[in-house]
Design a protein around this ligand. Structure first.
Ligand SMILES: Nc1ncnc2c1ncn2[C@@H]1O[C@H](COP(=O)(O)OP(=O)(O)OP(=O)(O)O)[C@@H](O)[C@H]1O
Length: 648
């Protein structure tokens, strides 16, 4: 009863707000894809099939050569057995229908039929066995083929420059590519079905041609409508999938928002479940409409195709009857022709059915290929220099414009941080601080100007060697589903447990370790059995410990983007106190909105609108009349008294 009431509440609040839910079409650049795909014809499909089969075999070859050979040889033998079986059919039919007048006894007939029937039985058993073997091989190899594709996708994704993520529609194209990688799981099964069908068809057509060549063109004629229908249906389904891609992504996103524990508190406290559920329902309805439209179109085409196929079948059978009536083929041969026609028809069906699926997979694979090329275009093409701990890191006349933005976020900026120095970066929201940190760390490259570690520009360095010397606490730090120890060393465990614990002590994460069931071996993931969870501030201590660990292992640039935003005063004090000691031998840059923390810095740099507005020591800037002083005054004003605050 209570449940019913809750569901009713959810429904009615969703319905009530649903009216206001705008038709949320997250606009992606699908028009271009739709337009390109609409031009694909059945002929294009036919042309692509051999190439797709070749590609599948290449993939299979890469995964397991021996299995590929067995698979192909098996199909070949299976085809030969099909032809042999059809030939034996003539003998078997002859034994059954030869006229009684010959005076043949039952024993004679059985003797006559024994050989062809035995051949038939052996061929059928052989084909069945080969079929089982090839299914087993393809089931074993298919997941591996998909994994190869997924690994390729992951490799190009992580090898791309960060700016790739800022390209319009990049995430959408990644999704499409991911589906392409996933669908490659079906490739081998389908390609195998096509190869088997082709082999069967060739065998049957060969037998038919030998019985009477006139039968073959009709067989081909009968297959044309099926092929056209299949191609058109596949295209309709693919276009539908592309057109509704944004809705499917939206559904996925909403499911995540509604159910993931990241949002669980807010979903409840903001009573927004109904609002999001209404959006979900709307997107689902749009998807249903698109599916219905595609199903109707496919059904119409399929009906027309069936009519055409029926007409073509009449022609084939008419031809056979005529040939029999005019004595061009004998009765036994006509019987074999019937079997051959049925075999050929099943081969054709296999080709058309498999071809359709392969064609559709091919379209998804094209998304995969396109993305691999696109991401490859963003691959890091940098130098090979390997940096040591730099004596200084300098931005020289650096500008940075995000892809698609109409003005630069950073504009002709100069900044040098020397080893042993702590520089505090201050500025209002959106002034470009995080963007500058990314450039100094070599995560992105400047649109103009250079960032140099000593005298070597970041674009001339091996990025991985460079990042080994970067220790970063980003604003949005990751909470990896790993143990506490792993969350600190992240696989770079050469420093040993001592270094992990030293970093933890410096960041105050040692206090967390002692509260956990298995200390540093405790899994920090509540989604897994045995995992534990930390508070926001505790996780931030772990993130700082991670950066300290990296910096202890390979000193270089220490980058702290609001590293203590979630910390209590004691924890914050500990980190900044230890930072002073750690800073020796490193260039340190710290972003903070808490101006009091800037006291710790040797120098303060104040940013405004992507440029440096002023710089100096805390005392110099506090005595001045620039932005820093203004922000400081605002803070002191608030510290003294806020409007409406009651006097103590
Ligand atoms: N990936 C991105 N794509 C496009 N524009 C971006 C991107 N990231 C940041 N920007 C833009 O660049 C500007 C500077 O952002 P940045 O994150 O560097 O500011 P910030 O000074 O660190 O701000 P905050 O104090 O809020 O952290 C902002 O106007 C923002 O809209």
């Amino acid at each position: 009863m209570v449940e019913q009431q809750q569901q009713q509440n959810l429904k009615s609040s969703g319905e009530q707000q649903g009216d206001e839910v705008e038709e949320a079409r997250w606009s992606y650049r699908t028009d271009r894809i739709v337009e390109a795909t609409a031009n694909l014809s059945a002929w294009a499909m036919m042309r692509r099939l051999p190439q797709l089969v070749r590609r599948t075999l290449k993939l299979t070859w890469r995964v397991d050569r021996r299995a590929t050979v067995i698979l192909l040889a098996g199909q070949l033998v299976s085809g030969v057995l099909a032809a042999v079986a059809l030939w034996a059919t003539t003998g078997a039919i002859g034994a059954v229908i030869s006229p009684q007048a010959d005076g043949a006894t039952v024993a004679d007939r059985l003797r006559e039929g024994a050989v062809p029937v035995t051949i038939l039985a052996v061929a059928a058993a052989g084909r069945a066995l080969l079929g089982t073997v090839s299914v087993a091989i393809s089931e074993r190899l298919s997941p591996r083929i998909a994994r190869e594709a997924e690994l390729e996708l992951l490799a190009v994704s992580v090898a791309a420059e960060l700016e790739a993520y800022d390209q319009v529609g990049y995430a959408e194209r990644w999704d499409a590519a991911d589906r392409g990688a996933d669908s490659s799981q079906e490739l081998l099964g389908v390609a195998q079905e096509i190869i088997a069908s082709v082999v069967t068809l060739v065998a049957a057509a060969g037998v038919l041609a030998a019985l009477h060549p006139a039968l073959v063109p009709f067989l081909i004629l009968a297959s044309i409508p099926q092929g056209v229908v299949a191609a058109r249906s596949a295209r309709i389904r693919y276009l539908m999938a592309i057109e509704s891609m944004d809705d499917r992504r939206l559904l996925g996103m909403l499911r995540y928002c509604l159910c993931h524990d990241d949002n669980a508190d807010q979903i409840r406290s903001d009573t927004m479940a109904g609002f999001l559920t209404a959006k979900y329902r709307k997107a689902g309805e749009r998807l249903d409409t698109a599916t219905d439209r595609a199903a109707h179109r496919a059904a119409r085409i399929s009906f027309l195709g069936s009519l055409a196929t029926g007409a073509a079948s009449v022609l084939v059978w008419g031809t056979l009857i005529t040939l029999l009536a005019t004595g061009h083929v004998g009765v036994a041969a006509a019987g074999t022709a019937v079997f051959a026609l049925r075999t050929a028809a099943s081969g054709l069906q296999g080709i058309v059915g498999g071809g359709t699926r392969l064609y559709r997979l091919g379209l998804y694979l094209r998304d995969f290929d396109d993305f691999v090329v696109e991401a490859g275009g963003h691959a890091m093409r940098r130098g090979t220099a390997v940096p040591d701990a730099p004596a200084q890191v300098a931005a020289r006349q650096v500008s940075y414009t995000y892809p698609g933005a109409d003005r630069p976020t950073l504009d002709g900026l100069d900044l040098t941080i020397r080893q042993g120095e702590i520089v505090a970066l201050i500025g209002e929201n959106g002034s470009g601080k995080s963007t500058l940190l990314r450039l100094l760390s070599g995560l992105t490259l400047p649109s103009d100007g250079v960032v140099c570690w000593d005298e070597v520009p970041t674009q001339e360095m091996d990025p991985h060697a460079l990042w080994k010397r970067v220790a970063l606490v980003p604003q949005q730090f990751s909470r990896w589903p790993l143990t506490l120890g792993e969350n600190i060393h992240l696989g770079h465990d050469g420093g040993g447990q001592d270094l992990v614990e030293r970093a933890a002590v410096l960041a105050g994460a040692d206090e967390i370790a002692v509260t956990l069931r298995s200390r540093y071996n405790t899994l920090l993931a509540r989604a897994f059995w045995g995992g534990e969870w930390l508070s926001g501030g505790q996780f931030q201590r772990v993130a700082v410990a991670r950066a300290f660990y990296r910096s202890l292992r390979a000193p270089g640039l220490l980058v702290l983007d609001e590293p203590t935003s979630d910390l209590d005063p004691r924890a914050e004090h500990r980190i900044f106190h230890n930072l002073r000691t750690l800073a020796a031998g490193r260039a340190t840059i710290l972003v903070t909105h808490n101006l009091d923390n800037a006291v710790l810095a040797d120098r303060i740099v104040v940013m405004r609108g992507g440029r440096i507005a002023e710089e100096g020591t805390f005392a110099e800037l506090a005595d001045g009349n620039g932005l820093f002083r203004e922000l400081l005054d605002l803070k002191h004003d608030r510290d003294r008294k806020l409007p409406g605050q009651r006097a103590q």
